[in-house]
Design a protein around this ligand. Sequence first.
Ligand SMILES: [Zn+2]
Length: 232
Amino acid sequence: MRTELVYLKDSYLKELDAEVVQIGDGVILDRTIFYAASGGQPSDFGKMVGSLTYEVKDVTKQEEIVHKTDLLPPVGEKLKLFIDWDRRYKLMKQHTSIHVVSSIAMREFGAMITGNQIYPEYSRIDFNFKDWNSDISRLLEKRVNEELLKNQDVSVLSMKREEILNMEGALKVDLRLLPPMDILRVVKIGDVDIQPDGGTHVKNTSEIGRIEIYKIENKGKNNKRMYFSIHR
Ligand SMILES: [Zn+2]
């Protein structure tokens, strides 16, 4: 991949200068702040301004990061990138929250996470609980909000694969699913959660407020799909 993923170092950058290095079914840049849909987090939207304004409607990640635009700029054009910050910041809050929900559900309520998806206004998680009962969602919501209210710092670390294997809570990490690098990006949320992750997160849980679990769908006796939203 030729594109430097600047959002991995600074999730709060809203603008960036970049240059077009290739045109295919979209725009490939030398560097970007646009997040490409992956790991349950949807892509950023926004615009790139050069000789024209190019609307970014989707960003995909295969061998390259491809910005899907309405018009195509020429190779070599210098662009100023602007992400839709309102949407991205909502996604960052949801992403950090979903880590806290997953971690508490696993550690304190014996759940396994089988899937998740983040949206700007809500997130959903699929769980397999060891032993489901109707009090769990209320208790889980309460415990998550206690942790969020502790104003826990969120930090991004670089760790070796074997360090990740040995760290506490590593059981939930399937190393086969991680990128094949020796050094991996790890997101740590205070003492609540630590895991390899390529997403964008807030700096402190105080930015989130509290979560509300507002819907549970039954997918079997112990399989539940939970939806939560975020409130100040
Ligand atoms: Zn994540």
